[in-house]
Design a protein around this ligand. Structure first.
Ligand code: ATP
Ligand code: MG
Length: 376
């Protein structure tokens, strides 16, 4: 039997729930030519949302083309321009032969060298093997607008994990070029999204940076508990098993509605259940969730210094006045400079976040694991 819960791939079709308002807003902005910067912590559902929106837009309007670029694996400037040009061409080209001829017109500096033809759909994929020169760079960034205008299309360029580009040494130059070219485009919308909140904020919310006020920044929220509860109960029912709404709510509570963990814990519980979820199954599955993710947490914590771990312990105990004498003494957090630095670093790396005066762990399961590791 196919499991009714999934994680690790994008949520699609009957697995995709809620986000009704997010979807409507995103569609409206992108179709109005307003660029979107979408930000949330890891695994809340950015990629799934953008994909769902892209598919809906394509289905609703035959002149819309959506091109997806994953910046996660792009590590050099040349690679960025190459991937950008290839993806834009691939999404906008007509079917085979005609597509190749057509695309040659748009880029003078480079001829698409390798063309892959999908036998089933007849769509083409371009791969550009060339070293873009200075003049090619602007031309490549202009590409989507040129193609869209010539073919009467609206092109939506989605760049996932956009903040990764900031690690490329030439990023400041790329950033200036992107902004100056893209802001003149009328037929192209950009959806730039990523999970490193701190880096994304630096790129888009700093008034001295080119991308400041480039478009609308959206902070993605979590999917609400009521949607999850309904989804979980139905998924069990559909597969001949049952879960009470109390247990479904407990799944949401313990994972704090974190999309990935809701799916993962639901899967473990579902997998251990023959007919009906019990207390014992719930507890065992929760421990399994913690254990499954433990190697990753372990690895993260190994990168931290003693004073940083001390700060996490303090946060875990609900303390937030790190500079108070008692806190400093109890937790060995170092001097004021160290404390200030660690506070910033732990937030930049999304271990903790500030809400009002207090600090909280960003990842609920990491906190459960941390508790078991450090409070025993
Ligand atoms: N709308 C949704 N409905 C149901 N499950 C979802 C939804 N969105 C996300 N999920 C669950 O969360 C997981 C992570 O989603 P996704 O990869 O879209 O998040 P992300 O924010 O892009 O993550 P990352 O930061 O790793 O790129 C999915 O595999 C799926 O299990
Ligand atoms: Mg993603």
């Amino acid at each position: 039997m196919k499991a009714p819960f999934q994680f690790g791939s994008l949520a699609e079709k009957e697995n995709f729930i809620d986000r009704i308002e997010d979807r409507a807003l995103l569609k409206q902005l992108l179709m109005s030519g307003i660029h979107v910067m979408l930000i949330s912590p890891r695994r809340w559902g950015k990629s799934s949302l953008v994909k769902a929106v892209g598919e809906e837009l394509k289905a609703e309007d035959k002149n819309v083309r959506v091109c997806y670029i994953d910046a996660f694996s792009i590590s050099t400037e040349v690679e960025f321009y190459r991937v950008f040009a290839s993806r834009v061409m691939s999404c906008a080209a007509s079917r085979f032969k005609k597509g190749v001829e057509e695309m040659k017109k748009f880029l003078t500096g480079a001829v698409p060298q390798l063309v892959i033809r999908d036998k089933v759909t007849e769509f083409v994929t371009f791969d550009l093997r060339f070293q873009p020169q200075e003049k090619d760079k602007l031309e490549i960034l202009e590409l989507p607008e040129k193609i869209a205008a010539a073919k009467g299309l609206r092109i939506i360029v989605c760049i996932d994990e956009f903040q990764q580009l900031a690690n490329i040494p030439q990023y400041p130059d790329m950033e200036g070029k992107m902004r100056s070219v893209w802001q003149l485009q009328h037929n192209v919308s950009y959806c730039l999204y990523g999970s490193k909140r701190h880096m994304m904020t630096e790129i888009f919310n700093d008034s001295s940076k080119p991308f400041y006020r480039f478009g609308q920044v959206i902070w993605l929220k979590k999917i609400e508990e009521r949607y999850w509860v309904e989804f979980i109960i139905n998924a069990f029912k559909r597969t001949g098993k049952s879960i009470s709404s109390e247990f479904a709510k407990r799944i949401c509570g313990v994972t704090q509605c974190h999309s990935w963990y809701v799916q993962q814990l639901s899967f473990f519980i579902w997998n251990s259940t023959d007919t009906e979820v019990t207390e014992e199954i719930f507890d065992r599955s929760l421990q399994r969730l913690i254990d499954t993710n433990a190697p990753m947490f372990q690895n993260d914590v190994e990168q931290l210094t003693a004073s940083q771990k001390a700060m996490l312990r303090a946060v875990n105990d609900g303390r937030y006045q790190f500079a108070a004498d008692e806190t400093k003494r109890l937790y060995n957090m170092g001097n004021a400079n160290t404390i200030a630095r660690n506070k910033r670093l732990l937030q930049d790396k999304d271990y903790i976040e500030q809400r009002g005066q207090r600090f909280h762990f960003v990842d609920p399961i990491f906190q459960l694991w941390f508790n078991q590791e450090y409070n025993n």
